[in-house]
Write a protein that binds this ligand. Structure first.
Ligand code: MRU
Length: 343
């Protein structure tokens, strides 16, 4: 699995989520018994990361069906509850896709839906392993013959998926092949998915890493301190424009300027072929308090407003390679998802 804890799990009692808001201090789980609790968990980032959101959304339909049976909901109330789960966060296409994947099983009941969600979970882990292998092959085919310095942003690891990870799956595979010298981990303001989550995963895996301020990343790349950057994605448009955690664009611009590859690692379920380009990707704006302070401590003066987009869109021309479970697309060279999608 990549880590010895499970991000999302269906137990006899229902849906169990690893609470990522309290990592790395504590390993705690939340049992989700109703739709309100699930929507709240998704919005507060108890569960987060595009593929993990997809799996949680799929199990969320089973949660809604159980609640409907318990509380005697009619069809309209069930529909409204499922829509709330589907729309709890807007950017990662996997959340809606996970819900949509299991909906045809709803007439058969909660356990049939949970079984399909479990199939999605297992596919995700298998897909991540394949992404890791394809990504490592591609990177090593173009790199100096020595251990590499890899830069990553946010958390696209086992915690962000059903297990193993996408971008961190590539890093884990490179490490298993003895080819990682150091991983530069962007801290990922404002919620610190890099410093809290990626660094936790890498430390547990024994992979050397250094956390750096987000503002350091372009300079690290331009100084020649990184050989490659590997990031995940929340939604990829048909032309390869890629939404990922805010700050990814700065990394991408620096990689292009320095002539090192920017590798996006993501499953096909993150590709949204209905969107011709990134202009149509909805960008979540999160509460002001996240950027007006640090942790629970307010740092900005009273009365000051905030702009807090959670994601940015890297133009396809800056994406050197997109690694999926089926192989590698050299996006900036013209192999865009719409040309290469599996049929
Ligand atoms: O706001 P988050 O923590 O859900 O953002 C997560 C990311 O941006 C990840 O990089 C992305 O979802 C890929 S996860 C494999």
């Amino acid at each position: 699995m990549g880590i010895d804890v499970r991000t999302v799990e269906w137990t006899g009692g229902g849906l169990r989520l690893l609470d990522q808001t309290v990592l790395p201090d504590r390993v705690e789980y939340r049992v989700i018994e109703d739709v309100d609790a699930l929507v709240d968990a998704i919005r507060r980032l108890v569960v987060r990361g595009a593929p993990a959101l997809g799996v949680a959304g799929a199990f969320g339909v089973a949660v809604a069906l159980r609640q409907a049976a318990r509380e005697g909901w009619d069809a309209a109330a069930l529909d409204a509850a499922v829509t709330r789960v589907r729309e709890a966060r807007p950017t990662a296409v996997n959340l809606a896709a996970g819900v949509d994947r299991v909906l045809p099983f709803a007439p058969k009941g909660a356990e049939a839906v949970a079984a399909e969600a479990q199939a999605l979970l297992e596919e995700d882990v298998r897909g991540n392993r394949a992404i890791g292998r394809h990504g490592a092959d591609w990177i090593l085919g173009r790199s100096p013959d020595r251990p590499l310095r890899v830069l990553t942003h946010c958390n696209a690891g086992a915690l962000a998926t059903a297990g193993w990870g996408t971008a961190l799956g590539v890093v884990r595979e490179l490490h298993d092949r003895g080819r990682v010298e150091l991983v530069y981990v962007d801290e990922t303001r404002p919620l610190l998915q890099g410093a809290r989550l990626t660094a936790w995963e890498l430390a547990r895996a024994g992979i050397p890493c250094a956390v750096q301020a987000d503002g350091a990343a372009p300079s690290t790349v331009l100084r020649g301190l990184a050989d490659v950057a590997v990031i995940g994605a929340d939604r990829i448009a048909a032309n390869g424009d890629t939404a990922n955690k805010i700050g990814s664009v700065g990394v991408a611009l620096a990689c292009t300027a320095a002539g090192i590859p920017l590798v996006v690692a993501a499953p096909w379920s993150t590709v949204d072929l209905a969107l011709p380009d990134g202009g149509g990707i909805p960008i979540e704006e999160r509460p002001a308090a996240e950027v007006l302070g640090f942790g629970r401590i307010r740092t900005a003066p009273d009365g000051v407003g905030a702009f807090n987009p959670a994601f940015d869109v890297t133009p396809a021309r800056l994406v050197t390679a997109l690694v999926t479970e089926t192989g590698v697309l050299e996006v900036s060279a013209g192999t865009t998802p719409d040309r290469a999608a599996p049929r």
